[in-house]
Design a binder for this molecule. Structure first.
Ligand code: FES
Ligand SMILES: [Fe+2]
Length: 358
């Protein structure tokens, strides 16, 4: 179960630059390509002729041509043509609201009539020349809520990421969790500690000494449907911590878009946005490589955890203080799913009534 009436990151433009991309989002099998005007399009990945996946076809003059017998599909889900056939009575396929923004392709898997562009997460750092962004994509065989739990409870860094960002002070420092509307915020502030290897590297890259004590912070923000943005950084100790002047700190924003594929798998778009040395492309690559290695460590843990939960579905999970962020985020998600059900049932009934009158 996932919120469906929401914008999810489905893919990045490079993924369908050469050929259509087949991808399942929230259980909906979709194909992504560009139409004749260069706009990103998301359709059901199903050819109305014999059910072949349209993603195995190619794009020809802005139309998606099925790779099996040449049916040409329009961006509205209506068949345009097929060799030697009349197509006017061919059934339509679904067309999903789809938009390109901030360097990502966003899709709305729910009822298209409810799609609202104003609901796309605002990313103030994107398209801003003072900021740089680098990121990647992992496919992970776990429910999306497990990844939300993971990102809203960073005590796991001490154990899963012991050689890069983990340190025992994370365990020793309690976190604070609060809920503001549909946003859940978990924060932890550590003072006068040694910086772990990843942050020593970031200090050096920011022309700061890497052998002095630092103040470190982690502020995780969960927002619907399943996004987690984490403000992270270190400042030379005693310079104001989170509020220190830029010349005393290295700070970044960890960007996590968690897009459910099925109930037990996700497309995990991870990345890091930073506002120091934004034009240094080799630094972007270096940070992305480091982050990619760190986040790969989560993949194994989450997939094995998911397998255990499927193996023992009746066992109850504990909810400790450190789990508060994930627990509150799940409540927000559950509230959203319930609200969607309340909207969609009358909508479906109204449509059925209209159809029977017609
Ligand atoms: S299955 Fe697509 S044209 Fe035949
Ligand atoms: Fe992690």
């Amino acid at each position: 179960m996932f919120p469906r009436h929401a914008w999810y990151v489905a893919c990045t433009p490079d993924e369908f630059a050469d050929k259509p991309l087949g991808r399942t989002v929230c259980g909906e099998q979709m194909v992504f390509y560009r139409d004749g005007a260069g706009r990103a399009v998301a359709l059901e990945d199903y050819c109305p002729h014999r059910g072949a996946p349209l993603s195995l076809g190619r794009v020809c003059e802005g139309k998606l041509v099925c790779g099996y017998h040449g049916l040409a599909m329009g961006c509205d889900g209506k068949t345009v043509s097929m060799p030697s056939q009349r197509v006017d009575r061919f059934p339509h396929i679904r067309s999903f609201p789809c938009v390109e923004r901030y360097g990502f392709i966003w899709v709305w898997p729910g009822d298209a009539s409810l799609a609202d562009l104003a609901k796309i997460e605002v990313l103030p750092w994107a398209d801003n020349p003072e900021w740089a962004y680098g990121g990647g994509l992992y496919h992970i065989a776990c429910n999306y809520r497990l990844m939300v739990d993971n990102l809203m409870d960073l005590t796991h860094e001490t154990y899963v990421h012991a050689s890069s960002i983990g340190q025992k002070e994370i365990d020793d420092t309690p976190c604070d969790t609060r809920v503001e509307g549909d946003e859940v915020i978990t924060s932890r502030f550590m003072t006068g500690i040694k910086a772990p290897p990843f942050w020593r590297m970031a200090l050096r890259m920011n022309d700061l000494p890497d052998d002095q004590l630092v103040d470190r912070w982690q502020i995780c923000h969960f927002t619907l449907p399943s996004h987690v943005m984490i403000e992270v950084g270190v400042a030379l100790a005693g310079k104001g911590g989170y509020d220190a002047q830029p010349e005393f700190k290295a700070s970044t924003l960890v960007v996590d878009f968690i897009t459910p594929e099925t109930d037990t798998s996700i497309h995990y778009f991870w990345g890091m946005a930073r506002n120091f040395k934004p034009r240094d492309a080799s630094l972007t690559t270096q940070i992305r490589n480091g982050q990619g290695q760190i986040f790969a460590e989560d993949k194994d843990m989450l997939e094995r955890q998911q397998a255990n939960l499927l193996r023992w579905p009746d066992r109850r999970l504990l909810k400790l203080n450190i789990d508060a962020g994930g627990v509150h985020a799940r409540r927000v998600i559950d509230r959203q799913i319930a609200a969607e059900k309340a909207v969609i049932a009358p909508l479906a009934n109204a449509r059925t009534a209209t159809e029977s009158v017609a």
